[in-house]
Design a protein around this ligand. Sequence first.
Ligand code: ADP
Ligand code: MG
Length: 242
Amino acid sequence: MAMETVFAPVPLLHLQGVRKSYNVGMPSEVEVLHGIDLQVQAGEFIALVGPSGSGKSTLLNVLGLLERMDSGSYCLQGRETLGLDDKGLTLLRREQLGFVFQFHHLLPAFTALENVTLPALMIHGEVRAQDKNRATELLQAVGLGKALHKQPSELSGGMQQRVAIARALVQQPSLVLADEPTGNLDTQSSNEVFELLRQIHQEQGTAFVIVTHDPRLAQRCDRLVEIVDGRIAQDKPIQGAA
Ligand code: ADP
Ligand code: MG
């Protein structure tokens, strides 16, 4: 009989017992995440839901290495992040992660193209021809080929959010973390932005964790993670998603 070894793939993210408090050491100290266990595989498309104040944004910021956990273990592609210094965290964040927030955080005095080439400028100290080409391609892919040189104020809310999505993807992250990316948009723009995320996921295999208040959008993800009072209350596949 042939010997077979089955290798379990290393998860993209693996959190075990992650705890996070705010105002540590002060009378107002409060623990917000009470021991989160979570695994995300490469290419997953996950909705993160839960009541207001339950810890969704805190968890997303911990996943995004924007906030440090207090204890527990968080491995990103098999690499423990707990002991990394700020520089190590920044490098890992730039290599692996993209972010989309409810408010797009585009720089108002910069054009769409300049906003999308900004990560390259920060990483390489200059915008190289290849960076400009990739940013242009991405803006074309999100339907903004004609708006390359427009400033955010000249674009609709949905278009601004699409610029932010292009910016999140420009370094080809393995995971995009989106905190209520459609929370500030009308229904139609919201649908369009969501469809765009789904399309990027399908075409590029990028994993997404999307915080949303909208049950309709959550139902169109592949997996639902619900957090209540800083604990995972539910984690299940969604049937018939997409
Ligand atoms: P959600 O995104 O689910 O609405 P958050 O993660 O923003 O929840 O917040 C969870 C809890 O942590 C809330 O009680 C909130 O008040 C508290 N909190 C969030 N950020 C901070 C902070 N920077 N300092 C102190 N408390 C915070
Ligand atoms: Mg939030």
